[in-house]
Design a protein around this ligand. Sequence first.
Ligand code: SF4
Length: 332
Amino acid sequence: MDRTQDLDERILLQEVNEIAYTISAKMDAERPEWEPSNHEKSNWASEAAHPCNRFLVYCRLNWAERKGLDLPARYRVQDGKRYESMIRGDLEAVGYEVLLNQASFRWEAFEISGKIDGMIAPPGYSYRRLPFEIKCMGSYLYERVLRARHVRELIESPIYWIRKIPSQLNIYLLLQALPAGLLILKSQGHKPKILPMILDYDLADQNLERLISVNEHVRKKTYPPKMKYDKKLCDRCDFHHLCLPVPTQEFFQISPEIKTLLADYCEAKTGHREYTRLHAKLIGSKDDPGIFRGKNLVVDDFEISSTEFKKAGVLTTRTAIDRMVEGDLPWD
Ligand code: SF4
């Protein structure tokens, strides 16, 4: 490749790069931050199985302070919606008309609201209508749900995000007084998994009992205690900034001696951090030299002796600069 050709290619690459950047920026702009929606009056059906009652109360009393979705999450949600609409199309393509597509509902008695993904009316089905809930997910979660042979395995999953799927459909079934529904689970590049679900009264009791307690807190404007700290849940919680959970598993008493040791340890750690910061600024490294690297000087009350020598390509510096950390620095 001659030099002119190389230059032409670089100019072309730069031009195409700018176009790619513009497209990407326009796509981002199409996904602006969402305003939090007012959920003061009802609990989300989709969150009925959330393990933290305090979170559920925050959703009601502090809905306006809920942390919004970041940009990658907004892309994910939009992808999910596209897959949902694709699956509705697939159902219609094989002869199942989708009824009550995304119909909103509210269950006054338990202060629950949500949206039902849809219903089908399979010919000859004894109860006529069969509601369904579509959930799209990444491959990590999909591999887990793919193994399930019965919906109970989702209800008992150690992963909260999986547990909440059957709870949501169960609430629709209870509200509509329908005995069964379908979970349609999908991940990109995979055949959807269609899992039947029979109305589960035990699960309903479990979810509704907690929501009754949440409603009581909302009425009194009080908050339940924080759940035991769970890194996966609490660190991603939309109300983490209000709750400020303590990332610890257990509390125990310590003797005054151990307390002193812990305090000394924390102090030494801070000192060490400060030492590392100053060392980088004053001495630095071979690749990123500091102010005095390789110098021999007298500065104010400090004698700085620094020897550089090359050994097998390694540059080493010895200095008396540590003294400076103890006293005032001769600059700002
Ligand atoms: S941070 Fe943890 S304890 Fe606090 S509300 Fe969220 S999930 Fe519950």
